[in-house]
Design a protein around this ligand. Sequence first.
Ligand SMILES: *[C@@H]1O[C@H](CO)[C@@H](O)[C@H](O)[C@H]1NC(C)=O
Length: 407
Amino acid sequence: MGRAPVLLAFLLHLLFLLGRVRCAAAAAAAAALGCSSPPSTDGVCARLIRPLGYPCSEHTIETEDGYLLSVQHIPHGRRALGKTSGPPVFLQHGLFQGGDTWFMNSVEESLGFILADSGFDVWVGNVRGTRWSYGHVTLSENDKAFWDWSWQELAQYDLLAMIGYVYSTTNSKIFYVGHSQGTIMALAAFTMPNVVRMIESAALLCPISYLDHISSSFVLRAVGLHLDQLLLTIGIHQLNFRSDMGIQILDSVCDGHMDCNNLLAAITGENCCFNVSRIDYYLEYEPHPSSTKNLNHLFQMIRSGTFAKYDHGWLQNVIHYGHLHPPAFDLAKIPDSLPIWMGYGGSDALADVADVRRTINELRSKPELLYIDKYGHIDFIMSVKAKDDVYGNLIRFFRSQGWSSSY
Ligand SMILES: *[C@@H]1O[C@H](CO)[C@@H](O)[C@H](O)[C@H]1NC(C)=O
């Protein structure tokens, strides 16, 4: 079958769904979580961290372009530490995830808790559009303009604002941990001197800058269907897979063409050590919304094999960048004085080993590497064995950067 009829059928299907969803707009809106900023009594601290015996405070940070982001602060672990506070570590989640992602397993298994109990001063980022960072000084989530951004803005505005806040509050350089999109943001932002000067060293889980070897069957089919462009064309700017619309979009991509019984594996690759009996609990929090433009930018990377700014099309590129093509982020601009550690997996269908190698080759200093053959994309944050497999190694790396502690 030719591509055009498939695309047409797909577009009609989406338009049909859009009509249905509009009719059920009120119900869908009520069902979609994260439609308003959570009160401080209902944030990550109150739900996930304080109940387990950890100190935690919520902070609101405004970006240069007016988004209101929430950041959580866990100053120490369950044991009180007296006067000394450890060095700040900042955790940056991935796409369709939020700061909750670092606290979803038990206190012995989750990186956020483990770092606090290891003596770090833990700070947790939440990017715009997630359930925890849904505010803006003038826009609401119903405005198209609220969703007019991609990971480029997450790097330029969100990361700069959150890291700047932690840096000035703690008066200390920061240990950075990012997963997936949190590594794209970091690698883009670290090419900018105003961000990297605040970073002590960085641990990148499932590092992504290039995406053209991606093997995820679900993502490749969505790219082939031009899902990103179709959604933008029909005016869907928010991607929320908790809404009826979002669920129907997933269904349309799966629709008899692949085994989506295990949707997580179809998207991220086989995860060896995922706790299946905890799925209902994970689903209380994730997935979080993101923007269709962000998906569009990621799909541009898959199509073009570049790590570059958003492609607006030739004419708009000339207006935005003064060139026909969007400028690339130059990984060689990341100073070789910045120590980097990377953890990546052989079963990861998103951060493919070939793409990770290309990233490593373009960096000026060679990062420390931890390769785990059987690990998929989600294992690096959710594996029930990640403490032994990954986090011990990561913490040892941070400690080797001049910070020794008795904890
Ligand atoms: C998996 O999740 C269940 C349900 O929350 C929990 O009881 C169990 O301890 C978890 N298993 C591991 C190995 O963490």
